[in-house]
Design a protein around this ligand. Structure first.
Ligand code: HEC
Length: 118
């Protein structure tokens, strides 16, 4: 048995154990909570998921609808016309998608200051 094969046999179970034990993204660190993960969506979907562009808003949308869309992007056959989301959600586990859907469903679609100001 060659030395490199011994190395691989020793390393493989450790790698498998590490990947199957991986925690959801938002739970993997004490500082990285779901709000931090959700902030990565702001570039395109607007601050707190309130979009001012052609990209849809996420804030205040029903949790089940958001989760359904995120899972559709993550599926083998994303909805026709999908440009970026199918690639983007590949970095997330299902638990992350659930947490993101819950988070954005709980954000008010209208900022508090705008409600008070008008
Ligand atoms: C680089 C820009 C970009 C980023 C970053 C981004 N999105 Fe998107 N998102 C889009 C675009 C563009 C669409 C329309 C579908 C498509 O073309 O992929 C979309 C569509 C969606 C939809 C479906 C909305 C609808 O009504 O059809 C959801 C839900 C969504 N994104 C959630 C998220 C979440 C959650 C994040 C952060 C984890 C995120 N997006 C980050 C660009 C982005």
């Amino acid at each position: 048995m060659s030395l490199s094969l011994v190395g691989r046999l020793l390393i493989a179970p450790a790698v498998l154990a590490a990947s199957s034990a991986a925690a959801p993204l938002w739970a993997s660190s004490t500082t990285l909570d779901i709000k931090v993960v959700a902030s990565s969506c702001a570039n395109c979907h607007g601050p707190d998921g309130r979009s001012t562009t052609i990209i849809p808003s996420l804030a205040g949308r029903p949790e089940a609808a958001l989760l359904e869309q995120l899972r559709a992007f993550a599926s083998e056959t994303p909805p026709a016309g999908t440009t970026i989301m199918s690639r983007l959600v590949k970095g997330y586990q299902d638990a992350d998608l659930e947490a993101l859907a819950r988070y954005f469903s709980e954000v008010s679609p209208t900022p508090r200051s705008a409600v008070q100001g008008r």
